[in-house]
Design a protein around this ligand. Structure first.
Ligand code: ADP
Ligand code: MG
Length: 238
């Protein structure tokens, strides 16, 4: 089970609070979207869940296990970043296999998993190329393949489509929705884009200045925004 609990999570950078008493229960296999304007704390929340940022207060549990003191690798997660964060000196194959090598998985098994992930994302023709020789869209596919190959319980996406052109963005959005269905994972997806949130989410968590404004299905948020801020951000008349 890969349910997630945020319990009164607080984040401060020095004296400045950027996440305030954030509590949320995410159900196993849910697709949850953190939506809000730039600077509202979306990435900070995701990075705390991933173990890339310390938690100032409260706790986070994944699959019933409190993860506050666990390293990223000890958590049942894989993350896809906006800037792809690939290893430029490695081949596509090397990039996808990298995390598995560190997990001390047998070579034949690694090979099998890399080819399966590459096939899923249409990357088989590119496996021996340097990742820097690929287009932005292809690099983003490599980043996603590198995440799915670990077969995590939880997928984290931080604005994964922001650097792609509109056409590719639409295409990848559909692919991410399909992957979520097919891989039976829990997905936490960060974006400032209402359309992405509305089309992908089971539930949207709308944030402003590190405080939850509303949690609901896309339809609930669209039809019954609780505040002016939510209405303005989603683009519905309050
Ligand atoms: P979002 O992803 O929603 O755009 P972030 O989580 O990146 O927002 O940032 C939330 C707030 O925390 C912003 O005001 C940002 O400037 C601040 N912040 C983020 N990272 C740091 C850091 N390492 N040091 C100080 N302030 C930070
Ligand atoms: Mg961000």
């Amino acid at each position: 089970m890969a349910d997630i609990s945020f319990r009164k999570v607080v984040k401060k950078f020095g004296e400045v609070g950027v996440v305030h008493d954030f509590s949320l229960e995410v159900t196993d296999r849910e697709f949850i979207v953190f939506l809000g304007p730039s600077g509202c704390g979306k990435s900070t929340l995701l990075r705390m869940l991933a173990g890339l940022e310390n938690i100032t207060g409260g706790e986070i549990a994944i699959g019933g296990r409190v993860v506050n003191d666990l390293t990223p690798r000890e958590r049942d997660i894989a993350m896809v970043f906006q800037n792809y964060a690939l290893y430029p000196h490695m081949s596509v194959y090397g990039n996808i296999a990298f995390g598995l090598k560190r997990m001390k998985i047998a070579k034949a098994e690694i090979d099998k998993r890399v080819h399966a992930a590459a096939a899923t994302l249409g990357l088989e023709p590119f496996l021996q190329r340097k990742s820097t020789a690929l287009s932005g869209g292809q690099q983003q596919r490599v980043a996603i393949a590198r995440a799915i190959v670990k077969t995590p319980g939880v997928f984290l996406f931080d604005e994964p489509l922001s650097n792609l052109d509109a056409k590719l963005r639409n295409h990848m959005r559909v692919e991410i929705a399909r992957l979520h269905q097919r891989l039976n994972t829990t997905t936490v997806y960060v974006t400032h884009d209402q359309l992405e949130a509305m089309t992908l989410a089971d539930r949207i968590v709308l944030l402003r200045d590190g405080v939850i404004q509303q949690v609901g299905t896309p339809r609930e948020i669209f039809e019954r925004p609780l505040t002016q801020f939510v209405a303005a951000f989603i683009g519905t008349p309050a």
